[in-house]
Unconditional design. Structure first.
Length: 271
């Protein structure tokens, strides 16, 4: 019996030490679950929300299992509830709904940490309880500080990128406006030249047609030269063509008029 008592004593110490290790592991897992939950809720898109939600689910499952091993039923139920909310967040297809369930899980984080801490306090001395609470709070503060710093860094980078994009956009707008102004100026100059060509060409064609009519009458008093007049156009007709198009139009009309005259005069030669 003298040998059994020390063995039982040592066995109890081992059980107590193992229980404390389970509580510490549970608190660590709960801290990670809480951290990932906050990241999931604070993410700016559904992809990142669900990425952190997946990590939070794994941590909550671990807390649920450890809480069951150490007999902390309240923490076990809270971990299960938070895990269920995170699973719902993962199943959503929109950012707002996914973020809504992530917030529910995040709000349970402090409660879960408190329940685990209370369970640990009930199974150990008050000194151990204070140490664990301080450790959990310090870790939570460290995680929160890290998240704030990271978030601030991301916002600064987003602001810098936005400024760069705005500068590029302003430069593109300025270049487009300059190009448009140059195009309009060139087009106005071209249209003015087209108008001059039109006036001179139509006047010349009318004179040519009159001369051909007079020449036809000289050959035959009863002869009537067929007038074309299809070369007379309005200035609106010039809007949808280039200067070269305008020149080609009148050149072709001159060719057609000349060809028609040659065909008609060929008959006089034969007679």
């Amino acid at each position: 019996m003298k040998r059994i008592s020390p063995i039982l004593f040592l066995f109890c110490l081992v059980i107590q030490a193992n229980a404390q290790n389970i509580y510490e592991d549970a608190l660590t897992a709960a801290s990670y679950a809480y951290s990932h939950s906050k990241k999931a809720h604070g993410a700016n898109n559904v992809f990142h929300t669900q990425e952190y939600a997946d990590k939070a689910i794994e941590a909550f499952e671990k807390v649920e299992s450890l809480a069951d091993k150490c007999g902390c039923s309240e923490a076990n139920e809270t971990a299960y509830e938070a895990k269920t909310s995170m699973v719902s967040s993962l199943d959503q297809d929109t950012y707002e709904r996914s973020r809504y369930y992530a917030k529910q899980a995040k709000d349970l984080g402090p409660k879960l940490l408190e329940q685990l801490t209370d369970c640990q306090a009930n199974s150990s001395s008050s000194e151990s309880y204070i140490g664990d609470v301080a450790s959990a709070e310090e870790e939570a503060i460290a995680i929160a500080s890290e998240e704030v710093a990271q978030k601030q860094k991301e916002l600064e980078e987003q602001k810098r990128q936005l400024q760069i994009e705005q500068q590029k956009l302003q430069q593109q707008i300025a270049e487009q406006q300059k190009a448009q102004a140059q195009f309009e100026a060139q087009r106005a100059a071209e249209l003015k030249e087209q108008t001059v060509v039109k006036a001179k060409a139509e006047q010349a064609l009318q004179k040519l047609e009159s001369a051909l009519q007079e020449l036809s009458i000289a050959f035959d008093d009863e002869s009537i030269f067929e007038s074309q007049k299809d070369y007379l156009r309005s200035e609106n007709d010039l809007q949808n063509e280039t200067l070269n198009d305008t020149k080609n139009f009148y050149v072709n009309r001159a060719k057609e008029l000349t060809k028609s005259a040659m065909q008609q005069f060929a008959g006089y030669t034969e007679n």
